[in-house]
Design a protein around this ligand. Structure first.
Ligand code: IPE
Ligand code: IPE
Ligand code: MG
Length: 246
């Protein structure tokens, strides 16, 4: 941790928390056991992010595609979300953490929707870590929602289609209040994006680790940030141009 350059921290880190099922199977347990242990990793990473002063952390907890998993796993995950959110909110609130949820929340069971609404409301004034949970989320769904909302504004006559630029588009996304992630971490060895923040990750540094999510903790999180700090972000320019400006 002492090797971290606190002046060059990413403002926003996004994580695809993958590998709960494989981790559990490797222990001879069922997949839900892995999801339960995954929550412990979430707690560790949230603590580490708060400690070092990360401003935004987005966690991919459940994708739209995950609805197609066996019903017992989906039901187990839903009750885990409700339990975890209800249990963790007092602590999160105490630590000045604000919760946000993105995704097609209409698909969630009532009980889960109520838990999310209450957690959002309780923490709404908090100014510390902005913790964004992507739940029932798919980036293509989000982009299509944005297109619909811009289309509706055009139809109402409040938006000229010729004027639509990146700013308008960003404002129509569910992440409009957050800067783009500079660093995206995916655990458990898969090298893909799985329908996560396709628009927002345009210039993110991607970091992949073999570590399964339940085995991921503060040290692994710091290692990812150190790796990020060792990279040169060029945004299309040349290395010489970047070095001239620093
Ligand atoms: C990530 O772990 C958690 C969710 C997608 C809900 P997985 O459940 O995908 O675990 P693996 O990839 O099957 O090991
Ligand atoms: C991505 O993991 C979604 C979450 C971590 C919530 P998956 O395990 O569902 O992704 P694929 O199926 O391997 O692409
Ligand atoms: Mg997986």
């Amino acid at each position: 941790m002492e090797n971290l350059d606190l002046q060059r921290l990413p403002k926003h880190i996004a994580i695809i928390m993958d590998g709960n099922g494989r981790w559990a199977e490797e222990q001879g347990q069922d997949r839900l056991y892995g999801h339960y242990h995954g929550v412990i990793s979430v707690r560790k990473v949230v603590e580490a992010a708060t400690e070092i002063g990360i401003q935004y952390l987005t966690l991919y907890a459940f994708s739209t595609e995950n609805w197609d998993r066996p019903q017992a796993e989906v039901l187990g995950l839903m009750s885990l979300f409700v339990d975890t959110i209800s249990k963790e909110v007092p602590d999160l609130h105490q630590n000045n953490i604000r919760l946000h949820f993105i995704g097609n929340l209409d698909l969630l069971p009532d009980e889960a929707r109520q838990a999310l609404a209450s957690a959002t409301h309780t923490t709404a004034q908090n100014t510390g870590l902005q913790l964004v949970i992507a739940l029932s989320y798919s980036s293509r769904w989000e982009i299509i929602q944005a297109a619909k909302s811009l289309g509706a504004q055009v139809k109402q006559g409040t938006l000229d289609p010729a004027q639509i630029d990146e700013t308008h588009f960003v404002q129509a996304l569910s992440t409009k209040d957050f800067p783009d992630p500079e660093l995206m971490i995916r655990t458990s060895g898969e090298h893909r994006i799985s329908n996560f923040l396709l628009f927002q990750l345009a210039y993110a540094e991607l970091y992949f680790t073999e570590t399964r999510w339940p085995a991921f903790g503060k040290e692994a999180f710091i290692a990812a940030i150190l790796d990020y700090q060792s990279r040169e972000r060029r945004f299309g320019k040349t290395s010489a141009q970047i070095n001239l400006n620093t």
